[in-house]
Write a protein that binds this ligand. Structure first.
Ligand SMILES: [Fe+2]
Length: 337
């Protein structure tokens, strides 16, 4: 039996009391690992008395909620990346959260103008630079296409959701034609065919295959603090927070959505509001090495060590709107070939 199937059966079992009108509960579908989110949900239950039933999977949750239709037990979908957030909205499985608390707490650029999603933490897409070979401590995304980096850049697939959002941000800021030119320049600077994940990108910089790699902020912290095998990859590199010319650093979200047919809608909204509270924000951002969405919450020390994040002001919804264009351009320039 697959882990997912086992989890699904266990989940079905937890739902039985619901039909019998038992204690207050909320059902969360999530792509986040349970060990990362369970402490948070335990704290929520302690605060509110509302039990949290968790379905955790690495893919297919939107399709599952869609297939379950109006009988879906899903109340809240907790996911990462605007790509997946956007896919959930496009699948028609969400409804407006309709919460004044969310509207007051989450900055407008980190939530859906139509209210279907809200960010609860941020990650930035940054540079892992060789400590030995890269002297500069500042860089722009535009500069990544400069021929001075020829043969020196490593990156994962251009179609991966993390790069798709970065490239979509480039389209949103500079327009499609300039984005295409930039992608061609970046492609020409690659040391090797796009491959692996962000950790392997750090590995390849550490091994001297490239001087700079592109990766998310939390991977570097995970390698440095939680993974002794990969710690040398972090130690060989420094994190540089790149900026767009005249703008800031590209950030993406981990976010929440309220399911369209949420059977425990009020509890779902309560959970979503609780997640942006000061306590939850600190637990969540610290456990995942992410940036809190709520202003004023202290950063994890490793993350703070990257330097002051000036997030680009572009609303995340405008990035979502260019995802398809970015994906088409990646194919057009043969980025992954
Ligand atoms: Fe990731």
């Amino acid at each position: 039996m697959s882990r997912f199937r086992a989890a699904a059966l266990a989940f079905a079992a937890t739902l039985l009391p619901l039909t019998a009108g038992a204690a207050e509960q909320v059902n969360v579908y999530t792509y986040r690992e349970s060990k990362l989110v369970q402490p948070l949900f335990d704290a929520f239950t302690k605060d509110t008395g509302i039990a949290v039933n968790v379905i955790s999977a690495s893919s297919g949750l939107e399709q599952r909620i869609k297939a379950e239709g109006d009988k879906s037990p899903a109340d809240v979908l907790l996911t990462v990346d605007i790509g997946r957030i956007d896919e959930a909205v496009q699948a028609g499985i969400t409804q407006p959260i309709g919460s004044a608390v969310i509207d007051e707490t989450v900055p407008p650029r980190y939530r859906d103008p139509n209210g279907h999603w809200a960010g609860i933490s941020m990650r930035a897409r940054v540079i892992y630079a060789s400590k030995d070979r890269v002297k500069q401590d500042a860089i722009t995304y535009e500069e990544l296409a400069d021929p001075k980096w020829k043969g020196k850049i490593c990156i994962r697939s251009g179609q991966h959701i993390y790069n798709n959002a970065l490239f979509a941000a480039y389209v949103a800021k500079h327009g499609e034609a300039k984005a295409e030119e930039w992608l061609r320049g970046l492609k020409a600077n690659l040391a090797q065919k796009p491959s692996g994940g962000d950790r392997e990108t750090a590995r390849d910089v550490a091994a001297g295959k490239c001087d700079i790699g592109i990766g998310n902020t939390y991977y570097w912290a995970l390698m440095m603090n939680n993974d002794p095998d990969k710690k040398p990859w972090a130690e060989a590199t420094k994190v540089i927070l790149p900026t767009f010319q005249g703008g800031g650093t590209h950030v993406n979200l981990s976010g929440v959505l309220l399911a369209k047919n949420a059977p425990n809608k009020a509890n779902g909204v309560k959970l979503i509001e609780w997640l942006v509270g000061e306590k939850a924000q600190q637990i969540y951002a610290d456990a995942n090495y992410e940036y809190p969405i709520r202003p004023g919450v202290p950063l994890n020390p490793t993350i703070a060590g990257y330097g002051k994040l000036t997030a680009d002001p572009l609303p995340i919804a405008q990035i979502a709107a260019q995802r398809k264009t970015a994906s088409t351009l990646v194919d057009k320039v043969g980025f992954d070939n």
